[in-house]
Every structure is written in structure tokens, then in C-alpha cells.
Write a protein that binds this ligand. Structure first.
Ligand code: SAM
Length: 237
């Protein structure tokens, strides 16, 4: 594959990176995202952060292979410790991890003063989208855009957030489905939630068979099923 080309999933995330950004890609196995964006002349500087040695070495090799050592720094670091305020990062991508892991990376970054609050966050959680949105909203971020992409029979969500003074008062359903995705109700959104509905109904049935104390879990799953059904009916499905 040409280094300028990205998978559909990473390409979709890349579309939300503002032109000429100073981009930090955290969890940058192979540095595919910053390398492609630099080759396409869409970013002005890149930082590829990786915590595991193997992927860090792969990222270094990819950057060197494309002659981008002066334009992309590859740093072995845990989460946002790969960046400093002096880097003047304007966009952060964190893709291909669980939402809770992404949330914890952001929280630790905030605690260690690695976030200026001026960065655009472009996040692609594999699961745990709700927990990630809850963190963003609690921390004063607005969800400015969202997207869904299907790749290799998996559906991924991309969440784009920026700090604002006035955060919309998101409902529990908006944090669950995604405020932008919920308005759009695209065919892929319907597909995801039809699939999730049948999975949740199976889970609920087995919870009802359980001899453990699962009353809270039953309430939670039943609520989700109700929301999903409402949304699908709303979309005429
Ligand atoms: N971002 C790429 C993508 O979306 O294709 C790679 C995704 S890969 C599944 C997740 C990567 O994140 C791995 O290379 C892993 O080592 C790295 N990672 C996990 N936790 C991390 C952390 N706390 N800081 C930096 N990198 C991390």
C-alpha cells in the first residue's frame, strides 16, 4: 500500500484533522496516520506517540522510510506524555483503542498538564463510546462532529470534540448514540443499532435466567433496548 493511502477507518479520522495542524497521534502503531497526512501535505508537523517498543520501532521505520524524520517526531511514551505544551499541538488523534482506555489517556494527560484545551480531539473508540462522550462533556468539550465507518464487517464511530465555553446539555440518549449520529440516522447507524438490539435482547434474556443479583444490569440493558427501539421506530425501521 502507498504510504499516502490509509484504511477507510483511519482515512475518515484523518478527514477531521484541520489543515496545517500540528498533529499528535497517540497509539501510533506504524505512524500510518501522521505519515499519510504529511505526504498529502495536510499537516505542518506530526508527533507519533507509542508506549510499546515494537510498534514504536515500526513507527520510526515508517517515518524514516518516507524521509520524514524532520517533520514527524516519534516518541516512546505513555499516552499524552508524548507531548508537551511547548509542542503547540492543535489536533490529537487517538484511534483503534477502547473508549475507556482513550478516556483514561485523556484524563492522565489533563492531570499531567499535557492538554492546552485548544486542541481538536479526534477519537475513534472501538467500544465504550458512551463512557468517552461522558468524559468529554464533563470536561467541557462539545462534540462538534461524528462519523461512522464500516471496515472488515465492523462498524466504528469517530468522535470529534473541542473545548467550548457553553456545552450543550446533552441527554443520556445523545451520549449513548452520539448527538450528531442520532440526528443523521444514516443507514450504517441503523445497521449498527439493529444488530445491537438483537444482541441486547439476547443479553437481557440470559440476565433474566441468572441466579446472581443482576437487577441493576437488567435495568440498564432494558433501558438501552427501549432507547434503541424508539430510535429505530423514529427512523421508520
Ligand atoms: N492508532 C492505530 C490505528 O488506529 O490503527 C493503532 C491502533 S492499535 C490497535 C493501538 C495502539 O495503541 C498499539 O500500538 C498500542 O501499543 C498503543 N497504545 C495503547 N495504549 C497506549 C498508551 N497509553 N500510550 C501510547 N500508546 C498506546
Amino acid at each position: 500500500m502507498n504510504a499516502k493511502d490509509l484504511s477507510n477507518r483511519l482515512q475518515k479520522a484523518a478527514e477531521f484533522v484541520p489543515p496545517a495542524a500540528i498533529l499528535a497521534d497517540i497509539g501510533s502503531d506504524h505512524a500510518y496516520l501522521p505519515v499519510a497526512l504529511m505526504l498529502q501535505e495536510k499537516i505542518s508537523y506530526g508527533i507519533a506517540g507509542e508506549v510499546v517498543t515494537g510498534p514504536y520501532e515500526s513507527a520510526k521505520r515508517q517515518v524514516a522510510k518516507n524521509g520524514l524524520e524532520e517533520k514527524i517526531a516519534v516518541r516512546l511514551a505513555d499516552g499524552l506524555e508524548a507531548v508537551e505544551l511547548a509542542d503547540h499541538v492543535s489536533a490529537i488523534t487517538i484511534c483503534g483503542m477502547g473508549g475507556v482506555l482513550i478516556r483514561d489517556i485523556l484524563q492522565r494527560g489533563k492531570d499531567k498538564n499535557r492538554l492546552s484545551g485548544k486542541e481538536r480531539l479526534i477519537l475513534q473508540p472501538n467500544v465504550g463510546e458512551r463512557q468517552l462522550r461522558q468524559w468529554l462533556v464533563a470536561e467541557g468539550y462539545q462534540i462538534v462532529d461524528e462519523a461512522m465507518i464500516e471496515e472488515n464487517h465492523k462498524i466504528y464511530e469517530i468522535i470529534v470534540a473541542e473545548k467550548t465555553k457553553t456545552i450543550p446539555d446533552y441527554s443520556a440518549e445523545e451520549l449513548f448514540f452520539g448527538p450528531v449520529l442520532l440526528v443523521e440516522k444514516s443507514p450504517i447507524f441503523i445497521k449498527k443499532w439493529q444488530h445491537k438490539l438483537s444482541k441486547s435482547e439476547t443479553i437481557l434474556a440470559s440476565l433474566h435466567q441468572s441466579d446472581q443479583d443482576v437487577a441493576e444490569k437488567i435495568k440498564e440493558v432494558a433501558q438501552e433496548i427501549e432507547w434503541i427501539k424508539e430510535v429505530l421506530v423514529d427512523a421508520g425501521k
